[in-house]
Design a protein around this ligand. Structure first.
Ligand SMILES: Cc1ncc(COP(=O)(O)O)c(C=O)c1O
Length: 288
């Protein structure tokens, strides 16, 4: 377990405790949400899972906002390794954030000299609630009010957090976004639906974050012989899915058993979702 006082944070060159880690209030991350982040996790013995994919996405996000990361991929991996060792977290969550740094006084345009802020926090994760795989979770559907570069893992998460809060207030676990042309993704997850034994998920592009977990799920499903289709599912059709599930690095696969109060399929986690969950866990534990 990560305890108060454990060295679990790296910030702008220093290893410290999360309680002692501070950024200036005129950091552009604070002023404008001018930054990007990543979240990865460990399944076994403090070994980061799919770190290369997460680092690649971090680099892509940084490039997309014209931000030069202060550390290379191998350096970030070393820092994460050091933090995991220092705090002893096993099933750890790894949060990485980079911003465009201090901007004093505040200007909308980039400061003439950019010194990015960079930090990583490593923490033991709470285990997945066991009832998720017994009962599934409830989701709600909300219009996607985000911008058109959802492929960037930007710090600007207001639409996502407002949607999640709405879900929580309705007793749901996730809010699934839709646009005119169909479902995009969850407020912090990718979305999959099953119709007649076929798996459907949103095509990659600027409307969604390219999920590291969803990519693995697609590979595992294809390897197991399921056909996977990349299509925007009309939101009304989602209610008629045989199975529905969401994926993220935090909780890999979570079955969605009701949309508002409408049961999906049998209203319990379906067979394909359960099989994929098992395959994912075996993969994550074997190949972390
Ligand atoms: C908007 C959004 N989509 C999808 C995902 C899932 O991505 P990953 O599987 O890489 O964690 C996340 C995860 O945080 C997210 O915030």
């Amino acid at each position: 377990m990560t305890l108060m006082g454990d060295v679990n944070t790296f910030i702008n060159g220093d290893y410290t405790t999360v309680e002692k880690a501070y950024l200036h209030i005129e950091d552009r991350g604070m002023l404008f949400g001018d930054g990007i982040y990543e979240f990865a996790r460990c399944y076994v013995d403090g070994i980061p899972f799919q770190m290369e994919e997460h680092l690649q996405r971090l680099k892509n996000s940084a490039k997309a906002i014209d931000l030069e990361l202060p550390y290379t991929g191998p350096e970030i991996k070393d820092i994460v390794g050091e933090l995991l060792e220092k705090c002893g977290a096993k099933q750890a969550g790894i949060y990485i954030q980079a911003t465009r740094g201090l901007n004093m006084p505040r200007t909308h345009h980039f400061p003439r000299v950019v010194k990015p802020s960079f930090f990583i926090i490593v923490r033991e994760l709470e285990p997945e609630p066991p009832e998720f795989m017994v009962d599934g979770v409830k989701a709600i559907l909300l219009p996607d009010q985000r911008w058109t570069r959802c492929d960037i893992k930007s710090l600007n998460l207001l639409p996502n957090i407002l949607a999640k809060e709405k879900a929580v207030r309705e007793g749901a676990y996730e809010a699934i976004f839709y646009r005119d042309f169909g479902v995009t993704e969850g407020s912090s997850s990718s979305v999959f639906a099953v119709f007649d034994g076929r798996i459907y998920t949103t095509p990659a592009g600027e409307w969604i974050l390219p999920g590291v977990t969803s990519h693995t799920v697609v590979q595992l499903a294809s390897r197991a012989g399921y056909s996977v289709h990349f299509e925007f599912i009309p939101r009304e059709k989602l209610y008629k899915a045989d199975e529905l599930f969401i994926t993220s690095s935090r909780l890999d696969i979570v079955p969605v058993s009701t949309l508002y109060d409408t049961p999906i399929g049998s209203g319990k986690p379906g067979p394909l979702t359960r099989a994929l969950k098992e395959a994912f866990q075996a993969f994550a534990r074997g190949q972390a």
